[in-house]
Structure formats: structure tokens, C-alpha cells
Design a protein around this ligand. Sequence first.
Ligand SMILES: Cc1cc2nc3c(=O)[nH]c(=O)nc-3n(C[C@H](O)[C@H](O)[C@H](O)COP(=O)(O)OP(=O)(O)OC[C@H]3O[C@@H](n4cnc5c(N)ncnc54)[C@H](O)[C@@H]3O)c2cc1C
Length: 380
Amino acid sequence: MVIIGGGAVGVAAAYELAAAGVPDVVLIDSGPLGGGSTSKAAGGVRAQFYDRVNIELAVRSLETFEHFAQRLGQDIDLRQPGYLFLLDNPRDVADFEASTGLLRALGVESRMLAVAEARRMSPLIATEGLLAGAYSPSGGYCSPESVVLGYATAARRLGARLIPRRAATGIMTEGRQITAVTTDAGPIQTPAVICAAGAWSARVAQWARVDLPVTPLRRQILVTEPLKEPLAGGRADATPFTIDFGTTFYFHREGPGILLGMSDPDETPGFKLGRDDAWLPRLGAAIERRAPALAGVGIAAGWAGLYEVTPDHNGLIGAADGIDRFIYATGFSGHGFLMSPALGEVVRDLYLERQPFTDITGLDARRFATTGPRPEQAIV
Ligand SMILES: Cc1cc2nc3c(=O)[nH]c(=O)nc-3n(C[C@H](O)[C@H](O)[C@H](O)COP(=O)(O)OP(=O)(O)OC[C@H]3O[C@@H](n4cnc5c(N)ncnc54)[C@H](O)[C@@H]3O)c2cc1C
């Protein structure tokens, strides 16, 4: 079988398939492994979602991240100071109260915070306009590159072939059967394809006449210079991944500095990977208001990457019905990294025609033509 895409999702699937004893696992990526959106991610991990299936995928993934070094032999630099949403409008507070109830029912520690408590946890914030916080202690961040390296190395050890810098150029079929993936270095015969091509998935799926509504949308990140004073009053490791939900401005510790980002409502879809300054005035205003201590800190680095966005901001995972053995896991709209371990397991089970650990039928791409969108709102 051929996996197209060697980001977090593809390499997790390669590992899980190889670990299950599937022979002839081949993964190709047009660039370096992890070089797509995965290496551009902020590394945030959390279980706080509204949609039950997303909570289950995220919880399962957190468990793998927590045991990654023992299971896969790779340190992924996981920090779990928690994940903190800052809420400034009554509707969001009500929604997060409801999702906190669901999280607890599913066994995830999670609670609403008074504003003063949120400030104690995340001392860089200013609290003007805030109504509450929503906090879960198991959240945090880890290194996406290390996750890719860990899965790729372990998959190779188990016999999978992972081939970077080999681009798929098409999928050959005979009737409903897949016969080969064509690449820039010749065809690879295969009866099965797994589409893990992230923001590039719509094109890959079209080759098999499958409609995956995934749109690329640029997001940018900045990393500050080292802060002169000890970060967050010397409590850097204890400061949660903090998100101002109203503006989507977020930050977390990154070495001696801070990694920060925010969505740009003026951004338009497209494969745009260059940095652009148009978002900076809006970002600056959000920093001034929510984390003024960061306003004067210099910027050391920055980059742009692509979200893989679907119409309802919820993921696509399943097996296509117009063609045999075309499996997809994509479109997680900016939270695909944190779900990648569980997605790898589900892809394995779809391939082996086993029951996955959770019911993922609601994330089937056909929903847009049948049951309708299934919005996930706890996205940033
Ligand atoms: C700025 C930013 C911040 C983010 N922060 C977070 C976060 O904190 N937490 C989180 O969970 N997610 C975050 N995300 C989202 C996350 O990066 C993605 O959801 C995740 O990386 C998707 O993984 P993937 O393996 O599906 O895709 P990718 O990592 O993009 O992998 C797809 C791969 O497919 C390859 N490919 C494409 N076409 C072909 C072809 N024709 N042939 C061969 N290979 C091909 C690409 O080269 C690429 O490597 C962020 C994204 C961005 C841009």
C-alpha cells in the first residue's frame, strides 16, 4: 500500500500499519518528511474540543505523546503545563461550560477558571474584558519534528519504506480498483492508497475521483528573542499554552523566548508559504491588549505554514465509496498534529477493516452531501 504524505498523520499511519504486521508499507513525500504543515505547527496538544469524536481522538493521542519515548524511543520534548482558553464573551463562556461538562464525562480533567485564577496561571496576560478561562491540565505542547522522526524511524525499523522527495503525480485505476501510484520517479504498483497529504489532499483525491473539500490557508508564527527577565516570573514551564479565544492570539514558551501566533481574518485560501506583514498591526493590537509585557520584545524568527481547512473546520477520515481501498485522513483544520497518533491508529484499522477505537463515521467526507456539516468550534 502507498501512503501519500509524510507529515505527522502519514508517518503515524506508516508506523501503525507496519507495527500491525502489514507488509509492503510505502510512504512517499514530495519534500522532506515532516516538511509540510507539520514542521510549521505550534506543537499545541490538548483534549478540549466540542465534538465528542475530536475529544476521543485527542485524548488517545495525548496518551501516546505521554508514552512516546518508551514506545517509540524518541524524546518529543512534551511539556504539559495545561491549555488555557481566555474567554471574553458570554456565548463562548456558555459553550466552554458545556464542553467542560462533556470533557469531564469522558474522563478528561477540565475546569472553568475565574479571571484572577487564569491570571495566576498565565502571568503574562492582562485581564481587561475577560469573563472566564477554560483550563485542562493535560494540554501543552511538544516538538512536531521529533514526533515525525520518532514515527518514521520506528516504522522503518519495522520494515516500512519511507521515501522523501518523491512526489506522487497521479493514481492509476481500472474500474473501481487502484492499480498504481505514479510518481516523478516511476510508478509504484499498489491496490491501496492512503491520502495523508494535508493541505494538498484535494488534488491527490481528485486523481482517484474522490472529493475531499480541503483548502490551504496560510497561518503565521513568530518567536520572540529571549525575554530579559525570567519568563513569566520564573514559572515558564508552568505557564499553560494560552489562547485569547476571541482574537485567536496564542502563545507558549519556546526555549528562552515565546512562540506566538494568530489567525488573520483577511487571509485568502491558496498555497502561500511566504511571510507577509499584513497581519502584524492586528497581531500587535492583540498583544498590547492581552499580553502587553510582550509588546516591546524583539522578534527572533518567524515562518508561515498552511492550515488544511474544511468547510466545517472538522476533519475528514474514512474510506471513499466510489473506488476501492482509497483511505483518507486529512482536513483537521489546524489541529491535525495533536490528533495524528490516533489518526494513524484509525487509518490502520480502516485498512485492516477492523473497528477503530472510536466511532469516526461522523467524520466521513460524504457528510457534506448527506447529513450536512458537523462544525467543530474549539479551533483556533
Ligand atoms: C502556523 C501553524 C500552526 C499550527 N499549530 C498547530 C498546533 O499547535 N497543533 C496542531 O495540532 N496542529 C497545528 N497546526 C496544524 C498542523 O500543522 C496540521 O494539522 C498537521 O501538520 C497536518 O498533518 P498532515 O500530516 O496531515 O499534513 P502535512 O504535515 O502537511 O503533511 C502532508 C505531506 O504531504 C506531502 N505531499 C503533498 N502532496 C504530495 C504529493 N503529490 N506527493 C507526495 N507527497 C505530497 C507534503 O509534502 C507534506 O509533507 C498548525 C499549522 C500551522 C500552519
